[in-house]
Write a protein that binds this ligand. Sequence first.
Ligand code: HEC
Length: 145
Amino acid sequence: MSRSLSIVLSAMAVILAAACSKSEPAPQAPAAAPAPAAAPAAAEAPAAAPAAANPEAGKKVYEQYCMTCHGATGAGDGPGAAALNPKPRVFNSPEGKAMTADHIFKVVKEGGASVGKSSVMAAWGGVLSDTQIRNVVAYVQKLQQ
Ligand code: HEC
């Protein structure tokens, strides 16, 4: 009897406590506290963090796939360029220097036509991996200087 009474009493205590906490909410920290920490953290993350490109590996890709048209120094004077019209872009010309890495990546992967240029500049996406393209972009950036 005393045991069941104590169960009843403790059950009532729980109910009373619940009822009290409902009618008298404990003061809480303001729920709408601004959380400015999230924004800078997101802004710090690079939009598209490319793995560090390797221009030395890119040079090999360039010599194998690009040099016949673009020439050893990127002057657009490779043997394969003689008959071409338009001529390949001279990488260290003002127009060539204006090309961003993203632009070069797109041209190489998707072809000249993807940026409104001649389709003689082929799409290399089926031949070269993204890593190889990033590397050759890094090498073209050296030739832009
Ligand atoms: C068959 C010859 C040929 C080969 C091979 C070739 N290109 Fe081109 N490329 C061109 C021509 C022609 C243009 C100029 C297109 C135009 O101005 O309309 C061009 C343009 C470009 C441009 C400039 C695009 C622009 O917006 O002006 C880049 C960058 C480029 N090529 C990179 C490469 C790379 C890197 C490779 C090797 C993976 C390569 N090309 C292989 C012929 C070639």
